[in-house]
Design a protein around this ligand. Structure first.
Ligand code: ZN
Ligand code: ZN
Length: 259
């Protein structure tokens, strides 16, 4: 049984960037409901954990980690073998509520760039577009939000081809002290070839390092957003010089403090 989303919420969603996904999703759901029992039988054999972006049982042999992402309690982690393709900030109300934050900062990756680096037991799936499918241990309809069921930290939104991961949950040094500690750790690793091997999928973050050393604390350049979307709905003005779109990307541009 699914829970119907309150009407007021549905109206808001119809105006935001989830509109297309919601419609696609509803079309798919209607199709799948018509042959519900048939599909349930089929799905028994689908091991979603072995598919991207989880790849739970694949060998680590040819994998190189560039970035590592983890939740607040550490029970859920993903690793990435490349930098994101782009990043943006979304000020829509869905993002505000789902994150309990003024806006959502998301970086786009292809699913093949990602894999799970933790016990799948703690993965949580929430389809938060259109009809609500309550937080589940197994995938709910796409698009869905993936979080840690233990601490609740949201980690990424999964779409059909891409994932949008949240840069604040990535591991990079926040302070000068963390830069020093990270660099002395990296030095220790280089000393022992054996240890290096064992740690072959530990976080690298080469995109923010020079000669294997962190250069400075703070958000790595590759995660910096290129624009703001749904800026009209914002909680705070952001005077960062980036393009502000009133709604979706390529709609109407806004000034930092314009209403
Ligand atoms: Zn957690
Ligand atoms: Zn949003």
């Amino acid at each position: 049984m699914s829970t119907a989303r309150p009407d007021v919420k549905r109206v808001r969603s119809d105006q935001d960037h989830s509109k297309k996904s919601t419609k696609d999703n509803e079309d798919k759901r209607q199709k799948s409901e018509s042959k519900d029992d048939e599909e349930k039988e089929e799905n028994k054999d689908v091991d979603w954990l072995n598919e991207q972006p989880f790849r739970a049982n694949e060998s680590w042999e040819s994998w190189t980690t560039v970035w590592r992402q983890s939740c607040w309690c550490g029970k859920v982690a993903f690793v990435y073998n490349a930098d994101p393709l782009q990043a943006k900030i979304c000020h829509c109300e869905d993002c505000q509520r789902l994150h309990g934050a003024p806006f959502q900062h998301a970086a786009v990756f292809k699913k093949e760039m990602v894999r799970l680096d933790s016990d799948p037991e703690w993965l949580g799936f929430l389809s938060a577009h259109g009809e609500v499918h309550p937080l589940s241990k197994t995938p709910t309809p796409i698009p869905h939000k993936i979080s840690c069921r233990a601490c609740g930290s949201p980690l990424m939104d999964q779409g059909n081809n891409m994932i949008m991961a949240f840069p604040p949950t990535f591991e990079w040094p926040r302070t000068n002290k963390e830069v020093e500690e990270g660099n002395s750790k990296a030095g220790d690793k280089d000393a022992g070839e054996q240890e290096k091997k064992e740690d072959s999928h530990a976080a690298g973050g080469e995109g923010h390092k020079r000669n294997g050393k962190w250069e400075r604390p703070g958000l790595p350049d590759v995660f910096k957003p290129q624009c703001h979307i749904f800026y009209e709905r914002r909680v705070v003005d952001v005077a960062d010089g980036l393009v502000k779109w009133r709604g979706h990307k390529d709609t109407e541009k806004m000034e930092d403090n314009q209403r």
